[in-house]
Design a protein around this ligand. Structure first.
Ligand code: NAD
Length: 248
């Protein structure tokens, strides 16, 4: 049965791969974007199947998030799955960042990665309940477990997202809504390009005994499974996609 799926931050990277994976299995996808309308239109045009659409919102804007979620549910003819994928990694090393920059980058990171995902989930609830259940999948990070020294807000936002997912899994299970989390290590996307293409690239690839980092499609596969009916009883779980570079 075709489901209605909203993927945040789907104009590129992991989000675009997730959107494509759902469309390939016959689902209808709302491709959310923040500012990159052109890139999002291209992702949309390349999706197989029918019934897909674009929605726009700055995830740090609570009203815009509500509008985008409602638009997605209406345009898709019902919302069954929300994937909270959008995120930012904004470096602010604690010993070399001014207090003004610290405030700005901390707030922007938490507002997008954590509060944006929480607001999107809250706004999706009436739609998911009206469908008799569904799934929320959060895209977290290995950094939630081992920290991010260059970007403490990122590690904190993703650790918060893990705890948020586990809280919501318990709250929503009685309503047939599963909440799962994927925690990737480095992934071949624009977000990681500066590190992967820079002097630390080989060291980072060597963190995994596979000698490489993840492909966006490998993260999408875990998202797809967590959103599937077969994963309903695995609600609350966190799946590592890091090539054994970090074992909890
Ligand atoms: P990316 O930078 O390629 O894509 C992020 C997407 O989020 C973009 O489409 C961007 O426009 C969107 N976005 C960011 N801030 C937004 C805002 N305020 N409002 C609306 N949209 C916004 O990054 P990616 O690698 O595809 O990352 C996707 C997710 O995976 C993120 O949550 C990221 O933290 C996580 N992740 C990535 C890696 C990695 O190495 N690439 C590792 C672990 C986790």
């Amino acid at each position: 049965m075709s489901r209605g799926v909203l993927v945040t931050g789907a104009s590129r990277g992991i989000g675009a791969a997730v959107a494509r994976a759902f469309a390939e299995q016959g689902d209808r996808v709302a491709v959310h974007y923040g500012q990159s309308r052109g890139a999002a239109e291209k992702v949309l045009a390349d999706l197989p199947g029918d019934g897909h659409l674009l929605v726009q919102a700055d995830l740090a804007d609570a009203d815009a998030v509500r509008r985008a979620v409602d638009e997605a549910a209406e345009g898709l003819g019902g919302l069954d799955v929300l994937v909270n994928n959008a995120g930012v990694f904004l470096a602010h090393p604690p010993l070399t960042t001014s207090y003004d920059d610290w405030q700005r980058l901390w707030s922007q990171t938490i507002a997008t990665n954590l509060t944006g995902a929480a607001n999107a989930t809250f706004c999706a609830l009436p739609h998911l309940v009206s469908r008799g259940g569904g799934a929320v999948v959060n895209v977290s990070s290995r950094g939630a477990f081992r920290g991010e020294p260059e970007c403490p807000a990122y590690g904190a936002s993703k650790a918060g997202l893990n705890a948020f997912g586990q809280s919501m899994a318990q709250a929503l299970a009685p309503h047939g809504i599963a909440v799962g989390t994927v925690a990737p290590g480095f992934v071949e996307t624009d977000m990681a390009a500066e590190v992967l293409d820079g002097p630390r690239g080989d060291e980072v690839r060597g963190q995994s005994p596979t000698g490489r980092v993840a492909r966006p499609e490998e993260v999408a596969a875990a998202v797809l499974w967590l959103a599937s009916p077969e994963a309903r009883f695995s609600t609350g779980t966190i799946i590592d996609v890091n090539g054994a570079s970090y074992l909890r």
